[in-house]
Design a protein around this ligand. Structure first.
Ligand code: HEC
Length: 132
């Protein structure tokens, strides 16, 4: 019986992995969102708060310094894009990053309800610092 249960659990885990691997890709923010300007300056105080929020909400996927190397990064069906890739980050606008944090896309949750507009904009500022 024990062995059967173990086998059942293993096969269920296998199916989950297959489902995780089957995700599609393409994540474009709408043009309107891309054009949005960040209304908040990255003050030291705001960066300290954003750092705490990043540690609580984002680090386990995106990694300590945005290198997409958090403890669960390797288990996700999509790999988080590295925030410390200066070239890649130069191609995305603040508005686009803000829109993505707001809306999320499986496996990343959206933070519209959990974090205020200002908190999400400050996370954009923090992410920018990883590419400096
Ligand atoms: C469960 C893991 C997970 C968590 C938690 C998470 N993310 Fe993500 N994030 C991802 C993945 C995976 C992607 C890429 C999704 C895709 O392209 O399909 C992503 C993409 C992004 C992007 C888009 C970057 C780009 O260049 O397109 C931003 C910005 C972002 N995350 C910020 C955050 C912030 C800020 C938090 C915390 C408030 C957070 N994420 C929490 C997994 C996560």
């Amino acid at each position: 019986m024990r062995r059967f249960t173990t086998r059942l659990i293993l096969s269920l885990m296998g199916s989950c992995l297959l489902l995780l691997a089957a995700g599609s890709h393409e994540w474009e923010a709408p043009d309107e969102a891309k054009k949005m300007q960040n209304p908040h300056a990255a003050t030291d105080e705001a960066m300290a708060t954003a750092r705490t929020q990043y540690d609580e909400n984002c680090k386990f996927c995106h990694g300590e310094t945005g290198g997409a190397d958090g403890p669960v990064a390797g288990m996700l069906k999509e790999k988080p894009p590295p925030f410390d890739d200066v070239e890649a980050m130069a191609k995305v606008t603040d508005g686009e990053l803000f829109w993505k944090i707001t809306n999320g896309k499986d496996p990343m949750p959206g933070y519209q309800k959990k974090l205020s507009d200002e908190e999400r904009w400050q996370l954009v500022n923090l992410i920018r610092k990883f590419a400096q």
